[in-house]
Write a protein that binds this ligand. Structure first.
Ligand SMILES: Nc1ncnc2c1ncn2[C@@H]1O[C@H](COP(=O)(O)OP(=O)(O)OP(=O)(O)O)[C@@H](O)[C@H]1O
Ligand SMILES: [Mg+2]
Length: 249
């Protein structure tokens, strides 16, 4: 099962990814989890206490040795199959973390070496590996190859009430639709029924799940910890169960 989490900056992707990964790893019916930090800011790694981790697409030997060819050309199919076992860190009994880095904006058009490594890592994680993955992405799925996007079982677009998040979410859903794949929206930081309705009305769809606004989780993030009880925890647990049953059918 492969889950990719995307959405506007600050909507709650990293917070949800960390809790979802941990909760899935605690579920008996579910196997090993690979939490994937696919954001240049490494917030997921930092939240989990691994601020010194170097994302794979920033490891010089990897980038130069595998993606950079002579004459300034880029290898678009770098070998990366050994890198997950080499660079992932085990952080819980059933959960490991790997930081693969974020999109290098300047190179998006021509796919620079760093982006080539990132794209190949996403392909490897989604299409080749067996463990369950929860991928904390930046806003947008464009860095994934078409085949990789199609290999993801659940794309969750995290959206908080507000014009900006709604607009980014619409763009992501549109992109997913163009690829003929399904992306689900998770409403986050929702304070009441009106805000929930605001989201479904402005996005013109039914939300896959709604996570309430929670002071507890905000406080926990400031301290760099996760919550293990309370309304945020309980709702992510329910979200995890819903994803598992949706992916089974
Ligand atoms: N349900 C919630 N209730 C209240 N605060 C929340 C909730 N979910 C996330 N937050 C808070 O929102 C802030 C941003 O969350 P987070 O870093 O997870 O967002 P993000 O989408 O990963 O951001 P970025 O785009 O910068 O990676 C954090 O302070 C976090 O604690
Ligand atoms: Mg984040």
């Amino acid at each position: 099962m492969k889950i990719a989490i995307t959405g506007k900056g600050g909507a709650g992707k990293t917070t949800i990814a960390a809790h979802l990964g941990k909760i899935l790893s605690e579920m008996n019916a579910v196997g090993k989890i690979l939490l994937v930090d696919a954001d240049a800011t490494k917030n997921l790694s930092i939240l989990l206490g691994y601020e010194n981790i170097t994302p794979i697409n920033k490891i010089k030997d990897v980038v130069e040795g595998r993606a950079r060819l002579e004459n300034g050309l880029v290898n678009l199919r770098p070998r990366v199959s050994d890198l997950i076992d080499k660079f992932s860190v085990k952080i819980l009994e059933k959960m490991s973390l790997i930081a693969i880095g974020g999109v290098e904006k300047a190179g998006m058009g021509c796919l620079c070496s760093e982006n080539s490594i990132l794209r190949a890592m996403l392909m490897e994680i989604v299409l080749k590996r067996n463990e369950i993955s929860v991928i904390d992405m930046e806003a947008g799925l464009e860095i994934m190859s078409r085949g990789t996007v199609k290999g993801v079982d659940k794309i969750l677009v995290v959206c908080e009430p507000g014009y900006g998040a709604v607009s980014v979410t619409k763009d992501i859903i549109k992109f997913a639709n163009e690829l003929k794949i399904n992306a689900d929206v998770v409403g986050n930081k929702v304070r009441n029924k009106e805000e929930e309705e605001y989201l479904s009305k402005n996005l013109n769809l039914e939300l896959f799940y709604t996570i309430p606004a929670s002071e507890e989780v905000r406080d926990a993030t400031i301290k760099g910890t996760l919550v293990s009880e309370g309304k945020f925890y309980e709702s992510v647990k329910e979200l995890a169960e819903k994803i598992v049953s949706a992916c089974e059918t």
